[in-house]
Write a protein that binds this ligand. Structure first.
Ligand code: TRP
Length: 456
């Protein structure tokens, strides 16, 4: 056995606390805001099926690898990768995996915070009665008015970034862990209530068919890449968030079992969100391809009609905000921890510095919905570019590198020592060495046009 390291940042109080925190990171806007509109834009069932396949074949083994590397290194991803590479006698270049992750984290948080701001704005609109008896048309206008107003977006973006910074500055046990203990269960309950409401709608089965009937003619190289990107995004993989959460995991906890729980919960929340949303979409004569505004245009209609809708609606957006919050902290924790480790910075300063950097970058996303709506690069606005670059390029490449390190660069002894699996170790090792990297590489190369499977 290697010498036991401890993290200077602290540790989760239990295995359960880790599950909550990592689930808090995984479950967020990705499940409730992004998954439904991505499924809606990319044809429903076929997208969902590819997404689930990516979760199982790529996401699960890579999440185990990330937790494993994190717990073994017990430092920020940059230093963890440097330490482990040295230990395994590998190139120091592996630490750039950590650097890439830090950059991806800033990019993601910059726009994540803007969208989280929308949920705050919607919380106040909902409890204020804006949506009482609202029609699809008016709900669409309310959304349009919000995003076309840069000052409002900026104000909410700023508030959310402050909230995120506060939690990160309070550290592992008092900030991160405390915030998730009751939020995650509450979110689950509200979602189930919403699905119950959707079931009482005439169009429930239409929603089910949309989500689960696979029409493979809708698949293209780009749609498959998007499904894979979404699998990385929703599980918080490929940038070191799960790695650093793993670095706070007590040594005696089983990585396989905790990881499996997290993946199942995350997938359930996404599917429940889809089941809540699409029946309302179709029941109100709307189409699924409403883009980033989907849940903001659709759910208010339901809240406006159902009994106690202001209460449930308000609660829903509040919980969504909390879900976003527990995810956002994991996006800058790696960078903040690195500042503490390498620059001896006080955690509070480190968190504030990271929050400010992400905030500044987020101004680009704020403007991309209004003043800069016409400013595009490769046909993408600033927000689209950030989203595409992170989900579809940086996270898959990060995940690929993690798989290669864990499967090939690291010795069998080291990974076995950390995972402590019996028979299933061989399955994990097979997946992480061959299946995950090959799938990620194929999907990636195919989508950027180097390969051409399934092209006409
Ligand atoms: N998984 C979160 C969501 O679905 C977002 C998130 C948090 C994330 N940390 C991450 C995405 C790290 C990628 C990498 O909302």
């Amino acid at each position: 056995m290697a010498e036991q390291r401890t993290s200077i940042h602290g540790q989760w109080s239990s295995r359960f606390a880790f599950i909550l925190a990592a689930t808090g990171s995984a479950v967020g806007l990705g499940n409730i805001w992004k998954f439904p509109y991505m499924a809606g834009e990319n044809g429903g069932g076929a997208f969902v099926l590819v997404y689930i396949a990516c979760i199982a074949l790529v996401g699960l083994p890579i999440m185990m690898a990330e937790v494993m590397l994190g717990r073994r290194g017990r430092q920020s991803p940059i230093n963890t990768m440097r330490t482990l590479a040295r230990e395994e006698g590998r190139s120091g270049l592996w630490q750039y995996l950590g650097w890439g992750g830090v950059i991806a984290g800033f990019f993601i948080l910059s726009y994540y915070s803007v969208i989280a701001g929308w949920t705050m704005a919607y919380f106040f609109r909902t409890i204020g009665g804006t949506f009482d008896g609202v029609t699809a048309e008016v709900a669409g206008q309310v959304f349009g008015n919000l995003v076309s107003d840069p000052e409002r977006l900026l104000a909410w973006h700023t508030i959310f970034m402050v909230l995120t910074t506060v939690v990160v500055s309070r550290g592992v046990e008092h900030g991160l862990e405390k915030s998730v203990r009751f939020l995650m269960p509450a979110l689950f309950i509200i979602l189930i209530l919403l699905v119950g409401y959707a079931m009482s709608q005439g169009a429930f089965m239409q929603g089910v068919h949309f989500l689960f009937d696979a029409d493979f003619s809708k698949l293209s190289a780009d749609v498959v890449l998007k499904a894979m990107g979404q699998a990385f995004f929703t599980l918080s993989l490929g940038m070191g968030a799960i790695m650093i959460y793993g670095s706070y995991l007590p040594s005696d906890a089983s990585i396989a079992r905790t990881t499996f729980t997290i993946v199942v919960m995350d997938t359930l929340v996404a599917l429940l969100a889809g089941l809540a949303i699409f029946p309302i979409v179709f029941g109100n004569g709307m189409t699924a391809d409403q883009g980033v505004g989907l849940i903001f245009k659709v759910l208010p209609i339901a809240f406006g009609q159902m009994p106690m809708g202001t209460v449930f609606g308000g609660l829903f957006f509040l919980l969504l905000l909390f879900a976003a919050w527990t995810s956002a902290i994991s996006l800058i924790e790696p960078a903040a921890a690195w500042l503490v480790e390498n620059h001896g910075m006080n955690r509070i300063y480190a968190a504030v510095a990271c929050g400010m950097a992400a905030w500044l970058l987020g101004v680009g996303t704020v403007l991309s919905f209004n003043l800069w709506a016409e400013v595009t690069l490769f046909d993408k606005t600033f927000f689209d570019l950030m989203d595409y670059l992170t989900s579809n390029v940086m996270l898959p490449l990060g995940g690929l590198s993690i798989a290669l390190f864990a499967g090939w660069a690291m010795s069998r002894n080291a990974s076995q020592d950390e995972l402590r699996l019996k028979l299933s170790y061989h399955l994990w090792r097979f997946l992480i060495r061959f299946v995950s990297p090959v799938l990620v590489a194929l999907v990636f190369l195919n989508a950027i046009g180097v390969l051409s499977f399934g092209r006409g």
